[in-house]
Design a protein around this ligand. Structure first.
Ligand SMILES: [Zn+2]
Length: 311
């Protein structure tokens, strides 16, 4: 059995794991991202953790088939461009950095693309040739599989669905535009709208921390304001999904990310609005389903990237 190393770089923690070609994680280690503020230090720490995991598994780095990384985007051929969460990593090339330290083939994809590859190879998208994965989390991102292959575009950044403008006069986004999908339907957006409408809701007035899970709890408790917030987010997500339906003609759309942990509560609404905004012939061809990999999706996605890096 071949071993692969996967690395999931997040804003708060970095997860490093060893796994196999079936996407099974056999060992993993996490450390806080703040311990690797500078990108060059971060790469050395990642290489060191991979070596430690190999020691624990009683193999050597030489036994690894490849290394896959999921990183905050945007990226340009493995180099990190400006990101909100990792400003000190700008200009760092993860591929050449890890390849020179570990002498193994390495491939990097942005985190949404990596999670999408995980779902495609090992999760809810398995067996499809045309699939879109969409993560709804603090931000919104996507990964596209077209004709049985990952579709990356000119730089590998295809699928920046979170920054498609849905409302040109909407809230300011950190990318500089107004009304990006991410400012209307992400976990951060749902929390912000909840805070803005706190005084209209008997339920939210008594909640200490208004975040997306609190709004879903409000829906469960029958609060009308929370219900309207989720309905509006579903409508905006439906606009985003319909863009994918009409342009990509996927056979399956897989919805993942932390906010979709409440997916059973609002998936029917998301489907209803996606149908309303899509061409019917194309909508009839697509299944919209929830992700299958759960909490491990980042690391499993990185392993999927590693498996592809080898081939
Ligand atoms: Zn934006």
């Amino acid at each position: 059995m071949a071993y692969y190393a996967g690395v999931d770089i997040g804003g708060t923690k970095i997860a490093v794991g060893l796994g196999n070609e079936n996407g099974q994680v056999v060992l993993e280690q996490r450390f806080p991202t703040r311990e690797a503020v500078q990108g060059s230090v971060g790469i050395q720490r990642i290489a060191q953790e991979i070596r430690h995991l190999c020691d624990r598994q009683q193999i050597t780095v030489n036994d690894l088939a490849a290394i896959g990384v999921g990183s905050p985007g945007p990226l340009d051929h493995g180099t990190l461009l400006r990101t909100a969460n990792l400003p000190e990593w700008e200009g760092i090339n993860l591929v050449t950095g890890l390849e020179s330290l570990l002498q193994k083939p390495c491939r990097v994809e942005n985190d949404a693309t990596a999670a999408g590859m995980g779902e495609w190879m090992f999760g809810a998208g398995k067996g499809t040739r045309n699939m879109v994965y969409i993560t709804v989390s603090t931000g919104i991102g996507s990964g596209i599989v077209a004709n049985g292959q990952l579709y990356g575009g000119a730089q590998g950044n295809a699928g920046e669905l979170g920054h498609v403008v849905i409302e040109p006069d909407g809230p300011l986004c950190h990318c500089g535009n107004h009304g990006c999908l991410e400012t209307l339907a992400s976990g951060t957006a749902i929390a912000r709208i909840g805070q803005e409408r706190k005084n209209q809701s008997d339920y939210l007035r008594n909640v200490d921390l208004i975040n997306a899970p609190a709004i879903f709890a409000g829906v469960r408790a029958g609060d009308a304001v929370c219900g309207k917030i989720i309905e509006a987010a579903a409508r905006n997500l439906g606009r985003g999904l319909s863009i994918m339906v009409n342009t990509q003609n996927p056979e399956r759309i897989v919805l993942g990310g932390g906010v979709m942990e409440n997916g059973d509560m609002w998936l029917p609404l998301i489907k209803q609005y996606t149908s309303q905004f899509s061409l019917q012939a194309l909508y009839q061809a697509v299944d919209i389903v929830l992700a299958g990999l759960g909490q491990d999706s980042g690391l499993v996605g990185a392993l999927a990237v590693a498996v592809v890096a080898r081939t």
